[in-house]
Design a protein around this ligand. Structure first.
Ligand SMILES: [Zn+2]
Length: 55
């Protein structure tokens, strides 16, 4: 298991990519759930990996 935190559909970059970091999932606003179901973008974690700073 080299990747304990696998990429999620909502990730903009693979976890661990330089210049990126975890951010609140914009789809579920960090709750990890939408209408009582796991958010598909963040896989229910409430966080996604996105570039920091630029963009
Ligand atoms: Zn989400």
């Amino acid at each position: 298991m080299t990747h304990p935190d696998p990429a999620k559909p909502g990730d903009k970059a693979p976890p661990g990519t330089p210049g990126t970091g975890e951010n609140i999932c914009p789809r579920c606003h960090g709750s990890g759930k939408i209408d009582g179901m796991s958010c598909p973008d963040c896989a229910g974690t409430g966080k996604v990996t996105e570039p920091i700073g630029g963009a």
